[in-house]
Design a protein. Structure first.
Length: 292
């Protein structure tokens, strides 16, 4: 099975997985999602993902279908149906079907979709060598325009930044905020290592406080690094010993260059590789075993 898909709590074949063209998630990007990783048959920090989904729904005034326990059951059931010990889960909730017009009060029944599938954002060679990154011309909007702490279905800015990177022959895009400070990569958090100090931008600078970001902060503290949130510019990234990205899809992956200039040794650093190893081990040891 290439994918397992559940719609409103019911497993369906891929060919039968259909939503209405009048769903406001499609028409207006009105909805939320979570990207969740499965390692060694365990769903990584599902409770945190579901809690963030609930907070986002409250922000959007979107009533989530099912209760929290049932939402967790749906994720577990979908992962079991996929049947593989390594997987990526996309859990999303749309406002639901409604008439044309942006008014969300015209939609009366939200739709929940859960997809379990394979994902491989980067090749083993990219992970070993590190990613090439360019500074995108697209900027993260101010929180009063779009709060990136809410994982809505509108990821057009990220898609355009990724497209821009690919057109320039790079693997990833760095997004700055309106003040020129580092926000994040197209769909991942960013870290910079200077000696024994590991830094990552604060959410106020336009990044999502990612769940894998939090896990890496924990691991780095255990390794004896001085860890903190602080505003970063391109200069701090170029002066770093190592730079790496974190995310549910990415895991932990090093960055070798920014705008054609080498970072550190010009390949994935030893600290990054150790954090990647520890992050994988953590994900493989946490959570309820869903696929044996």
């Amino acid at each position: 099975m290439n994918k397992a898909i559940s719609i409103d709590g019911q497993l369906v074949a891929e060919r039968d997985a259909k939503l209405s063209v009048l769903d406001h998630g499609l028409l207006y990007g009105d909805g939320l999602f979570e990207g969740i990783r499965v390692r060694a048959g365990r769903i990584f920090r599902l409770d945190q993902h579901l809690a963030r989904l609930s907070l986002g729904a409250r922000f959007l005034g979107l009533e989530l279908p099912f209760d929290a326990e049932e939402r967790a059951r749906i994720v577990h059931e979908t992962v079991r149906a996929f049947g593989r010990r390594e997987a990526y889960v996309r859990l999303l909730v749309t406002r639901g079907e409604g008439p044309l017009g942006v008014d969300p009060t015209t939609c009366h029944k939200p739709t929940m979709v859960c997809i379990a599938a394979e994902i491989a954002l980067y090749t083993p060679e990219q992970r070993a060598q590190g990613l090439s990154m360019i500074t995108s011309s697209y900027r993260r909007p101010n929180p009063d325009v779009q709060d990136v702490a809410v994982k809505t279905l509108n990821y057009l800015g990220s898609a355009l930044a990724k497209q821009e990177a690919k057109r320039q022959g790079a693997d990833e895009a760095l997004l700055l905020n309106q003040q020129g400070r580092v926000a994040e990569a197209s769909v991942a958090n960013i870290f910079a290592l200077h000696g024994k100090a590991l830094s990552t931008p604060p959410p106020i600078d336009g990044c999502l406080a990612g769940i894998n970001r939090g896990a890496v902060l924990e691991l780095a503290r255990q390794m004896g690094f001085s860890v903190g949130e602080c505003s970063l510019g391109r200069r701090e990234l170029l002066a770093a010993d190592e730079v790496f990205l974190t995310g549910s899809g990415a895991g932990v992956v090093g960055v070798r260059s920014l705008d054609g200039r080498a970072i550190g040794s010009g390949r994935t650093g030893e600290v990054t590789l150790e954090l990647e190893r520890r992050h994988r081990a953590l994900a493989e040891s946490e959570g309820t075993v869903t696929v044996s």
